[in-house]
Design a protein around this ligand. Sequence first.
Ligand code: BT5
Length: 252
Amino acid sequence: QMGLKTTLLGKEIHYFEEVTSTNSIAKEIAASEEEGTLVIAEVQKGGRGRLGREWISPHGGIWMSVILKPGIPLRHASRLTLVAGLAVANVIRNMDLDARIKWPNDVRINGKKVCGILTEAKAEVDKVDYVVLGIGINVNMDLKDIPESFRAGSTTLKAELGRHIKRVSFLQDFLFELEQQYILFKTQPFSHILNDWLALSDTIGREVKVTTPSRIIEGKAVGVTPDGALVIKKADDTKEEIIAGRCIYARS
Ligand code: BT5
């Protein structure tokens, strides 16, 4: 098809020039698709981040959603965010760039975001019917294609490497890596993946401020639970686990 090195991921690919959001399309078709189906688009007009935020998706990036059917409990779905972040970081590190992961879903180079991940799941009682793993990677865009308000915190692979990246071969390498990590996810204790993730994350040990829809928690990030929740030690020495939120590093 496009020279993929995978056996599961990308067996079926739905390719679009322009969509609202690949995650939205993937969710619409997920029930009738086999695991591994990919939705990919050149441009997203309504790319979504978490909690209603937008994801800028002009020409030159990789905007894709992977449909997975891991048959896991819903509370474990957020683990797949970590799996995807690890796979993205590994592939970028293979290009000699120092990619780091910021909890829960940002892959960054020199403190600038190059990739975001949006995991959405549908569950019957507690078991997931499907998980849609939405992955956006800034590959060949010019930084001027990113609105000024986001530009300072963003980067692209092209900007970091100073050259154009062949998106098809990048995608082949990424899908191969993601498939390897997904196989490990299904066959090994999650602690193995978590350890690899922790080794590439720059969040633990930092003073952070995490915003959730209901409140703001400040303190030191001291760990990640097996479900991917961030453990924060607050000023009064009590600990809190946060499963989802926006994390900002305090200056220090
Ligand atoms: C994310 O949300 O980082 C998840 C992004 C997921 C995008 C993929 S693309 C394929 C699939 N289809 C979709 O519709 N979505 C997925 P969050 O952590 O909420 O971060 C959003 C924030 O990142 C925004 O508020 C901006 O500050 C910043 N941002 C937006 N677009 C960006 C870009 N292209 N590069 C870097 N930062 C960006």
